[in-house]
Write a protein that binds this ligand. Structure first.
Ligand code: PEP
Ligand code: MN
Length: 355
């Protein structure tokens, strides 16, 4: 259940409402109280306040609305917010801002890992020329084996900042532990929380409660249900950061032909369940670069708000995930084709033209 105060409510009135909720719900039940669009938004698990308690709350002059959700996640649900969320990306100086969640798909591209200054700068220029609006690059890499390249760490973050300065592309990079959120926020326009960390609750809370409210791209755990994923997103929002972007990156299945199974069904399903933007990652989903263009078009046709594509100047020599990395030339074709696909879906005039 979500209780929203009026935007004009004074801080004393807000506090009164929080205290009333605590009294009615019982002080043992965890609640979240955050500010969203100038309103105090208080969330309690479940809808089981009795009719009397419900009436007491709705009669309080500072309460604007009470929302009962039928789902375990609340703030990220469509029941709470019917309009799509738009996440503004590009807070840091030198970034050319971009909005994720609207009709125009956003292309995020770059190497799996930042390997060197030269490698990153060359790829950053090439992906920009190919039509990308955000640069990706892992500085901290969660590798399955401890003997694989682990990333350049903070040095990699500095190279990302330099690439942003030169190209104007906002950057996204992974943060793997709660204590590093503050450091990564100084460099990244979007914090990536990876598949392996989707249920790292202290990390979700740290990314959610950081005062910068930096956008977070939350990748789906490779064996996570949609409810688990949305509850992980709820942790970030309930901690105070509404700027969450979901990323479908494939789930584990039984057929070794592809690295994962790209669950495109989740895209229209998520649009029904949540107001958060959805990005698709065909690189990790397929593990094979020859499948990436087709699955990129399919993802946008399914309603994804954008794509994240591993791109490398020389994919075969990449230190990480080369097999699934495309070249800037392939990226350019994907960017052009997917923008056309999105236009066909959002602009009926295009259909008249084709007919
Ligand atoms: C990545 O984006 O390079 C990555 C490690 O992704 P995932 O967490 O989806 O495996
Ligand atoms: Mn990768």
């Amino acid at each position: 259940m979500i209780i929203v105060t009026r935007s004009q409510a004074t801080s004393e009135e807000r506090q009164q409402v929080v205290e009333l909720v605590l009294r009615l719900a019982g002080s043992q039940r965890p609640i979240s109280a955050i500010t969203m669009q100038e309103r105090q938004v208080i969330t309690i698990d479940g809808n089981n306040l009795d009719a009397q308690a419900h009436a007491a709350l709705s009669q309080h002059s500072a309460v604007e609305r009470i929302v009962s959700t039928q789902t375990p996640y609340q703030l990220v649900s469509r029941a709470f917010q019917s309009e799509d969320s738009l996440v503004m990306v590009g807070d840091l100086p030198g970034s050319q801002p971009v909005t994720i969640g609207g009709a125009a798909p956003v292309i995020i591209a770059g190497p799996c890992a930042v390997e060197s200054r030269e490698q990153l700068m060359e790829i950053a220029r090439a992906v920009k020329d190919a039509g990308a609006q955000v640069l990706r690059g892992g500085a901290f890499k969660p590798r399955t084996s401890p003997y694989q390249f682990q990333g350049l760490g903070v040095e990699g973050l500095r190279f990302l900042a330099e690439a942003r300065e030169e190209t104007g592309l906002p950057v996204i990079t992974e943060v793997m532990e709660p204590d590093m959120v503050d450091v990564v926020v100084q460099y990244a326009d979007i914090l990536q929380i990876g598949s392996r960390n989707m249920q790292n609750f202290p990390l979700l809370q740290a990314a959610g409660s950081h005062p910068a409210r930096r956008p977070v791209m939350l990748k789906r755990g490779f064996a996570s249900t949609i409810d688990e994923w949305l509850l992980a997103a709820e942790y970030i929002v309930a901690a105070g950061n509404p700027n969450v972007i979901l990323c479908e990156r494939g789930i584990r299945s039984f057929d070794p032909y592809t690295r994962n199974l790209l669950d495109l069904t989740c895209v229209p399903l998520l649009h029904e369940l949540t107001h958060l933007p959805v990005i698709v990652d065909p690189s990790h989903a397929t593990g094979r670069r020859e499948l990436v263009p087709t699955m990129s078009r399919a993802a946008i046709a399914a309603g994804a708000h954008g794509l994240i594509l591993e791109t490398h100047i020389d994919p075969d020599s990449a230190l990480c995930d080369g097999r699934q990395s495309i070249t800037p030339e392939q990226l350019q074709t994907i960017a052009q084709q997917t923008r056309l696909v999105a236009q066909i879906m959002s602009d009926p005039a295009v259909l008249d033209y084709v007919a």
